[in-house]
Design a protein around this ligand. Structure first.
Ligand code: C5P
Length: 221
């Protein structure tokens, strides 16, 4: 059997889209299914890692995984702060909302009779990945860039701005890959390296291949 390359390592994976409440019955969400994050958790378990999965969705987790359920970006941030110090590798596959409702209503909002427009006030959420990048001591930090245009340019900017070691760029304008799909085709932007494009394959295969490439670079560091 192949050697398990991540045994003794702590891997933290985030998965799913955050849910930002408007009132007790409504929220702002996005199309993230969480499948890519769960695939990374699965691949890391296969390599012998101790895995913590911080997730907004409720898919079947891989065995031996610590699952932490969160809904909002702020809850995800709190969970990551608890696990970051002990982590060797953090994979931010979650689609974190950039904004949240400034003051969610405590009671269900009623339809207004006197106006046709409703204005919601949003405030900026913390950029969790950028925060982790700024706090980094020994952790290997991986982010995603889901874009509909100028994929690599946007991903390269994020890699540097968020001080990540790898940005996984994902073209979400193509409907046969990405959101909800079992398949994905990604381009890898490792820090100080030329981009590596992977062909379309099952998300679990993407996770296995990318994890192998990460592990080689973690050993070099
Ligand atoms: O939303 P954006 O394209 O900037 O996301 C890029 C990376 O940053 C993703 O890995 C995502 O999980 C992370 N992110 C975050 N906190 C945010 C927004 C994004 O950690 N508020």
């Amino acid at each position: 059997a192949d050697e398990q390359t991540l045994s003794g390592k702590h891997v933290v994976v985030t998965a799913g889209g955050t849910q930002e409440p408007i009132d007790p019955v409504r929220y702002i969400a996005n199309h993230s299914s969480g499948k890519m994050g769960y695939a990374f958790a699965q691949a890391a378990v296969e390599q012998g890692a101790q895995v913590t999965l911080i997730t907004t969705v409720d898919l079947t987790p891989p065995p031996f995984t610590t699952v932490v359920h969160v809904k909002t970006a702020q809850e995800m941030q709190n969970a990551l702060q608890r696990y970051y110090e002990a982590a060797d590798l953090v994979i931010m596959a979650a689609a974190v909302a950039d904004y949240r409702i400034a003051e969610p209503a405590t009671q269900k909002m009623k339809k207004q009779q006197d106006t046709t427009a409703l204005h919601l006030k949003l405030v900026e959420n913390p950029d969790i990945l950028a925060e982790l990048g700024a706090q980094k001591t020994h952790q290997y930090l991986v982010g995603f860039a889901a874009e509909t245009q100028q994929l690599l340019q946007h991903a390269q900017v994020k890699l540097e701005k968020k001080q990540a070691d790898l940005l996984i760029a994902n073209d979400v304008s193509q409907t046969d890959i990405g959101f909800g799909s079992a398949d994905n085709a990604v381009t890898l932007l490792f820090k100080n390296e030329a981009p590596v494009a992977l062909p379309k394959m099952r998300k679990i295969e993407v996770a296995r291949q990318v994890l192998q490439m990460i592990q080689l670079r973690m050993e070099e560091a």
